[in-house]
Design a binder for this molecule. Structure first.
Ligand SMILES: [Zn+2]
Length: 191
């Protein structure tokens, strides 16, 4: 069984790492994730097996032979992306050279596209390896791409009220999707 194996405190480390660089982000909608039921299946493995028509609903932008990029359903800022390998491994060091290169290349290309799509002035990019480092889904390693703006600590409450989060996420997916359309994928979302 692929288990998410999380605790309610796991994801705090990424916030704390952001705090080291900038004032803390305020993301009250993440309480749904922090307090919600833990899924038993791995969402990244689920992403990897999605039918094209289900990709939008799951906020997946691209599935390549060795890597995946999707919007985080519980974002720290607008258009917070997750980039993961296809294979269910808990650590970057478990990837073979082809998988690692594919993951890092998709990470690099996603930085460019996220910047172009959002006009971000900066970006937090990082991997939390292991529960102790704050990985919310420690069993399937994934990188976070969090676009940032000067003085953005109250940005999201302005643009996206927690009560309309599902609609906001769909809008964000629609905004980003064209920027990834040029990338080769084993599967891309159906129009
Ligand atoms: Zn997995």
């Amino acid at each position: 069984m692929r288990s998410r194996g999380t605790s309610k405190h796991d994801e705090r480390a990424f916030v704390l790492s952001s705090r080291a660089m900038t004032p803390p982000l305020w993301a009250p909608w993440r309480m749904e994730y922090i307090l919600g039921e833990r899924q038993t299946e791995c969402i990244f493995c689920d992403f990897a097996s999605l039918h094209n028509h289900a990709m939008r609903d799951k906020l997946v932008l691209l599935v390549q032979p060795h890597a995946i990029v999707a919007l985080n359903r519980y974002p720290f800022t607008t258009c917070h992306l997750l980039v993961s390998p296809r294979r269910h491994v808990s650590d970057l060091t478990e990837l073979d050279p082809v998988e690692y290169t594919a993951l890092m290349e998709l990470l690099r290309l996603s930085v460019i596209r996220l910047r172009n799509a959002t006009g971000a002035q900066g970006m937090n990019v990082g991997f939390n390896l292991g529960k102790a480092a704050g990985a919310g889904i420690a069993d399937h390693t994934h990188g976070h791409l969090v676009p940032r703006w000067l003085g953005d600590t109250n940005f999201m409450p302005v643009v996206a009220d927690v009560r309309v989060m599902p609609e906001y996420l769909d809008d964000a997916w629609s905004k980003l999707h064209p920027f990834f359309a040029d990338l080769a994928g084993e599967r891309a979302p159906a129009p």
